[in-house]
Design a binder for this molecule. Structure first.
Ligand SMILES: [Zn+2]
Length: 100
């Protein structure tokens, strides 16, 4: 397994993934939230693997609010859902054993 790729944790399942496989939601220094498909926008961000389940779990657990201090706007949620629906599920490098 190559270890030089950047790894990030999914906010839904807690699994560890190669960064480029995840969806990134970025919060700009101005406080704007956006879907960051290239993974290059500045500011704080959090990550989701491409599973509907993870999005729903992160919403239910208020993981977004905890991480970025605000709720996701409806428009962004719709973009996320679309991306998940149109994308392929990705396999984690490492699963979080405490959260299935
Ligand atoms: Zn996940």
């Amino acid at each position: 397994m190559s270890t030089h790729l950047p790894l990030r944790t999914c906010s839904g399942c807690g699994g560890v993934f190669v960064k480029r496989d995840l969806l990134r939601i970025a919060r700009s220094p101005q406080g704007d939230l956006s879907l960051d498909l290239a993974g290059k926008k500045p500011g704080r961000g959090f990550y989701l693997c491409r599973r509907q389940l993870c999005l729903e779990r992160a919403l239910k657990n208020r993981n977004f609010e905890k991480k970025i201090g605000t709720r996701l706007p409806e428009e962004l949620l719709m973009q996320l859902r679309e991306s998940i629906k149109n994308g392929q599920e990705v396999e984690p490098c490492r699963r979080n054993e405490s959260m299935n």
